[in-house]
Design a protein. Sequence first.
Length: 251
Amino acid sequence: MQCLRRGALKPKRCWGTTVQTKRDMRVIEFENVAYSYGGGELLSDISVKLAPGSFHFLTGPSGSGKTTLMKLCYGALLPTAGHVSLFGKDVRTMERDDIAMIRRRVGVVHQDCQFLNHLPVAENIGLPLTVSGRHAETGGEDLQELLSWVGLSSRADALPPELSGGERQRAALARAVIMSPDVVLADEPTGNVDWEMSQRLLRLLVELNRMGKTVLIATHDLGLIRATKAQVQARVLRIANRRIQLAGADL
Ligand SMILES: Nc1ncnc2c1ncn2[C@@H]1O[C@H](COP(=O)(O)OP(=O)(O)OP(=O)(O)O)[C@@H](O)[C@H]1O
């Protein structure tokens, strides 16, 4: 999968001087983080580090704050206390260029996919390239390769509402990685699909990790976690009582 290899889709000018990934740097780091939507604290005193190339699951009961924590991971939310650093840079002090860089380096598969329903699948997947003005640079080849990788070449012209649940999730994954990010965050990527499809999605995520990408998956699906642990070294973070616990061998 050439177009996803590290750096393959990066612009000719490299990422710049303000945000760099050194080998020993944590790509995502939480230090005593708390978050509240206005009432009591939903997340408290969370400290966690994701090293480059690591594979993590985030699990916990419904409403425990998995999606909220994912949003903190890509700067969509700012912590109400503590510090979140992305590629060594505190999210609070990021400037516009840093935020643009984070958008390129972190690919997100949203829980509800968030497609533009009036645009065909291929255009939805290619939207990050179009928005960044890089579609012409790649000549659309990367898009074709990605569609093939996720098994959606024959659905390129379909509209999102015409897709099955598994097709939607694969299209969302393709869109998340089209900018060749260093980090892939997937929020319940197997939420509405059967076991066979969840295994297929899992294989794609494991493949991305083997390319060197840091992967974080939020899921309720303990079967998925067990299946993954047979294929790749994965750490499981569990939200319980507003805090993160490192889950043990019971998973
Ligand atoms: N924008 C918001 N404003 C106020 N409360 C919110 C907002 N977003 C989420 N919440 C609340 O925060 C809590 C955690 O939500 P979140 O979606 O992070 O949990 P989750 O663990 O991902 O849940 P699920 O597994 O059901 O997707 C819930 O009680 C939710 O209602």
